[in-house]
Design a protein around this ligand. Structure first.
Ligand code: PHE
Length: 338
C-alpha cells in the first residue's frame, strides 16, 4: 500500500512538473486530489483493512495528499510568475496611450453656433422648422404673389406631392407667429434649398439664419442696432453698417444691410470690388399683410425680420474664396478648423 502511494507521488510529480498551463494544472488537481481521485478511492478502502492497521494507513494517505497539494500549489505559483514575467516584458505602464485622431466641428457649424450665441446673448430664442415645407409657409403666408418668379420650377425644388424644399428659413417666421402670440424674439438657423447651379458663390443647399421680433413699439432703429451689434460680435468692433432700400414681399419697408469690408476695413479691395462694402443680410419691417394672414393685430404690433446666409458669413470670416470648399469635405481643409 505504502508502495502504491509512493508510485502515485512519483507519477504526479513528473506530470505536474511538465504541466505548462493553469487549466492543465486544474485537471491534474482534480485527478490527484479531487473527489473522484485515486487517493479518495484509497480512503474508501479503509473499511476493508484490519482495524489495527487503519490509523497508519490513514496517516499515510493524508501525508500523500499533503505532498500532492504542495506540489500542485508550488507549480501554480511558478506558472503564475512566468505569465507575469512574460507580460511584464514589453509592457511599459509609463508609456503614453495610443492617440486616436479627433474630429472637429465643420466651419459652418462653428459659425452657426457662434451666431446663435450672439443672439441668445441679446435675448433671442432658437426656433426650428422643417426642410420640407408647403407653399403656404414658404410663399403664401409670406405675402408672395402666385406669379412671383421665386416660385418658379427653375428656382424652387418641388416634390411630387406638391410640397417643396424650403427656399428660405422665413418659413419659421410664419410657423412661430402661427403658434405663439407676441412678444416674439427668435432666430431660426437651418438648411435651405434653391435650384441653383453650383459655382463659387452658389450651392443648391445652403444655410440661413432668419430673425423675427414682434412686439408693441418695435422700430427700424431697433432692427439696425441689433444687426449692427451682431456684425460687431462676429467681425470686430470697428465694423460699420449701412442700410440700402430693397424689396422683399414680406417686409415693408425692406432693406439690404452692408457692412464695411472685413478684408480691407472699408478702404477698397478685390473682395469688395473696391467699394469698401459687403452685403450682409436682407431685412425689413414685417409687412402688415403678413400679420393679417396670421391673425396678429397689425394696429397694435410692429416687428422686424432679417435673414442672412451662414455660408457667406463663414466665407467672409475665414477668407474662403469658393463656397464649394465648404461642401467638398476635403479633410485637408477641415483639419485647419479643428
Ligand atoms: N428670406 C430672405 C431671403 O432669403 C431674407 C430676408 C429675411 C429678408 C427676412 C427680409 C426679412 O432672401
Amino acid at each position: 500500500m505504502q508502495l502504491q502511494l509512493e508510485e502515485l507521488i512519483v507519477k504526479a510529480k513528473q506530470e505536474i512538473g511538465q504541466c505548462s498551463n493553469l487549466s492543465e494544472l486544474a485537471n491534474l488537481k482534480a485527478q490527484y486530489v479531487g473527489k473522484k481521485s485515486e487517493l479518495n478511492n484509497l480512503f474508501g478502502k479503509l473499511k476493508d483493512i484490519p482495524a489495527e492497521e487503519r490509523p497508519a494507513f490513514g496517516q499515510a494517505v493524508n501525508r500523500a495528499r499533503n505532498k500532492l497539494e504542495e506540489l500542485i500549489d508550488g507549480r501554480e505559483t511558478e506558472l503564475r510568475n512566468s505569465i507575469w514575467n512574460q507580460t511584464k516584458q514589453g509592457l511599459d505602464l509609463t508609456m503614453p496611450g495610443t492617440a486616436y485622431p479627433r474630429g472637429g466641428l465643420h466651419p459652418l457649424t462653428k459659425v452657426m453656433r457662434e451666431i446663435e450665441d450672439v443672439f441668445i446673448g441679446m435675448g433671442f430664442a432658437i426656433a426650428e422648422g422643417f426642410d420640407i415645407e408647403d407653399e403656404f409657409h414658404n410663399f403664401d403666408a409670406l405675402n408672395t404673389p402666385k406669379d412671383h418668379p421665386s416660385r418658379n420650377l427653375a428656382d424652387t425644388f418641388y416634390l411630387k406631392d406638391g410640397n417643396l424644399l424650403r427656399t428660405q428659413t422665413s418659413t419659421v417666421q410664419v410657423r412661430t407667429m402661427e403658434k405663439y402670440p407676441p412678444p416674439i424674439r427668435i432666430i431660426s438657423p437651418g438648411r435651405c434649398y434653391r435650384n441653383d447651379k453650383p459655382d463659387a458663390s452658389h450651392s443648391p443647399v445652403f444655410h440661413q439664419v432668419e430673425g423675427l421680433v414682434v412686439d408693441e413699439g418695435v422700430t427700424m432703429a431697433d432692427m439696425k442696432d441689433t444687426l449692427h451689434r451682431f456684425a460687431k460680435s462676429i467681425f470686430g468692433n470697428d465694423v460699420q453698417v449701412r442700410l440700402r432700400p430693397h424689396f422683399f414681399p414680406f417686409t415693408e419697408p425692406s432693406v439690404e444691410m452692408d457692412m464695411s469690408c472685413s478684408v480691407c476695413g472699408g478702404k477698397g479691395c478685390r473682395v469688395c470690388k473696391q467699394s469698401g462694402w459687403l452685403e450682409l443680410c436682407g431685412a425689413g419691417m414685417v409687412d402688415p399683410n403678413v400679420f393679417d394672414i396670421l391673425k396678429i393685430d397689425s394696429e397694435r404690433y410692429t416687428g422686424y425680420a432679417f435673414g442672412f446666409g451662414i455660408d457667406r458669413i463663414t466665407m467672409m470670416k475665414y477668407n474662403i474664396p469658393d463656397l464649394r470648399i465648404l461642401y467638398d469635405n476635403d479633410l485637408r481643409v477641415l483639419r485647419q478648423f479643428s
